[in-house]
Design a protein around this ligand. Structure first.
Ligand code: GLN
Length: 547
């Protein structure tokens, strides 16, 4: 039976609960324990798949095809444990399950209520797979006191009582604001947020206090006294230069020891932190710098491309260079020349995206990279744009475009080199879709195999010809243009195993130009950089030495 750690937040949002949870997971692993991390989100969307990246940041896709919160990306990057569909849930999903059961008659005769029906559903979810790991870390999204979060807090309170004593602990993140006028850290907001938790029956065992300044011993004692925890259980979380310092920083502040103490695990196994020491060393001691332009649409909110930014950092770590990312809004190329904006970059990345806005700019960025021999990585929409660019400017298919934009505009303007995918194979089953289907959960989602052509750059980069990568797309490069495009020099170097869906294209004469229909960034880790990102940054480093 797993031990449970429930992670909640108070005072303000965006305190880094996800990062703290992920770092704690990594520290428990370093002490030899197995872990799984889980996120419970109070919003009413069934999953974040239908939310705009501007609202919610990136949608993180799991191998088994769930569209989840970006915190699951942190969990995977710090623990290497592949998240599953059962590691992310929202109020929307809980309620829709309860309502389906009600309609089916599962509760026949009963009045359906938040307690016990909704809370039971949450508890069942939390308990999934509890015999598989030593520790289950469950993060509750939002802040204590939010109306929407109440059923989750009530459920974790009950869950703790359903389990034997000592099987569950609560860890609460708060903020200690600094008042410059009096030169003091203020503990009152923390006291209030702990009171709020206590009023719903939850007494935190460990307090993680975010602070921009060192927490004096006196304040630590005060927090311990007023919040009913031991002084050692008040753990400081200071601002860090890199998120990858978090495991070592939390260890230095005693977080993992406090957790083991709370579970009375004694003697505590000694941690092996060598992986994180190496990661920190690579982050802080680069031997050079490369500049990468990300030409995208959601550039105002960096969280929209979280995993890509992290995977680029990992690529830099693999090559011992710092990767300096600049965000370029693709829409500026609607009115301005590309060259002045992209000159001086050692590599260009066009990420995934939805909708027509900004796509002509992305096509121009791909053209610039191809013609100027700048390393180019196109991801999902970024691959589709590279193919359209090749079709228009090299293969003489002048009106090449994507059906995605024609569907949106309600007219047919383009030759559909990229078409609406309506049928594909998943495992042994056929999946079909039609125009007008629901938007939620209907894309080609999750891990799919691809077969790479031996001798191509991509096969060399991966060091194998059989890969699987995570997908999230509705449109696809049409295989019927393959011959025409290959005659123009673009190589289709990776295909779905049935040979029907193009997965990877590359320009073999170019120093490094690869487009992939999937999202390699989702599987990259600081201690195991994804080969495509590692090699992309290697190519950028080479260019940086030439110029
Ligand atoms: N909008 C494109 C599609 O659905 C690309 C999706 C993506 O980049 N994730 O195919």
């Amino acid at each position: 039976m797993a031990r449970y750690i429930f992670i909640t937040g108070g005072v303000v949002s965006s305190l880094g609960k996800g990062l703290a949870s992920a770092a704690l997971g990594a520290l428990l692993q370093a002490r030899g324990f197995s872990v799984r991390l889980r996120k419970l989100d109070p919003y009413l969307n069934v999953d974040p798949g239908t939310m705009s990246p501007f609202e919610h940041g990136e949608v993180f896709v799991t191998d088994d095809g769930a569209e989840t919160d970006l915190d699951l990306g942190h969990y995977e990057r710090f623990t290497g444990v592949a998240a599953r569909n059962t590691d992310s849930v929202s109020s929307g999903r809980i309620y829709s399950t309860v309502l389906e059961k009600e309609r089916r008659g599962d509760y026949l005769g009963k009045t359906i209520q938040v307690i016990p029906h909704v809370t039971n559903e949450i508890k069942d979810f939390i308990g999934i797979g509890d015999d598989e790991v030593d520790f289950m870390l469950c993060e509750i999204g939002g802040t204590v006191g939010d109306i929407e979060g109440l059923p989750f807090f009530e459920a974790i309170r009950q869950f703790t009582h359903d389990k034997p004593r000592g099987q569950c602990i609560f860890m609460h993140l708060t903020l200690l604001p600094y008042l410059a006028a009096s030169g003091e850290l203020k503990t009152k907001p923390t006291q209030h947020s702990v009171k709020e938790l206590q009023s719903i029956g939850i007494a935190p065992d460990i307090l993680v206090c975010r602070s921009e300044h060192p927490i004096p011993e006196k304040e630590r004692e005060k927090i311990a006294l007023f919040c009913n925890v031991r002084k050692e259980d008040v753990v400081a979380a200071y601002d860090l230069k890199s998120i990858y310092d978090a495991p070592l920083a939390y260890h230095a502040q005693g977080l993992d020891q406090a957790v083991l103490d709370a579970f009375s695990i004694s003697p505590a196994p000694k941690p092996d932190l060598s992986v994180w020491q190496d990661v920190s060393d690579r982050v802080h001691n680069p031997e050079g710098e490369v500049k990468v332009a990300i030409v995208g649409k959601y550039t105002q909110l960096e969280d929209a491309y979280k995993s890509i930014a992290e995977a680029l950092t990992h690529g830099g770590m693999a090559n011992r260079v710092k990767v300096k990312v600049e965000w370029v809004d693709a829409e500026i190329f609607d009115t301005e020349d590309v060259a002045p904006h992209l000159e001086g970059f050692h590599a260009i990345l066009v990420p995934g995206g939805f909708g027509e806005r900004g796509t002509e700019g992305k096509i121009k960025a791909a053209q610039y990279a191809r013609e100027n021999k700048v390393p180019y990585l196109g991801i999902c929409l970024g691959m589709q744009m590279a193919v359209i660019e090749a079709a228009r400017n090299v293969a003489n298919i002048k009106t090449a475009g994507s059906e995605e934009f024609d569907h949106e505009a309600g007219k047919k303007r383009f030759e559909p080199v990229v078409y609406h995918l309506k049928e594909w194979v998943q495992g042994n089953a056929k999946v079909s879709r039609k125009v007008g289907d629901d938007k939620g959960g209907t894309m080609r989602l999750g891990a799919y195999d691809a077969a790479l052509t031996a001798g191509t750059r991509v096969a060399e980069v991966y060091g194998t010809t059989a890969i699987d990568e995570r997908h999230r797309h509705r449109y696809e490069v049409d295989i019927k243009y393959r011959d025409q495009l290959e005659d123009a020099g673009l190589v289709f170097s990776g295909m779905s195993p049935d040979g029907k869906l193009p997965e990877i294209v590359e320009w073999p004469e170019h120093p490094w130009f690869i487009g992939v229909q999937f999202h390699p960034e989702l599987k990259s880790k600081p201690f195991d950089p994804h080969p495509l990102f590692a090699d992309f940054i290697r190519a950028a480093k080479e260019i940086s030495r030439l110029v």
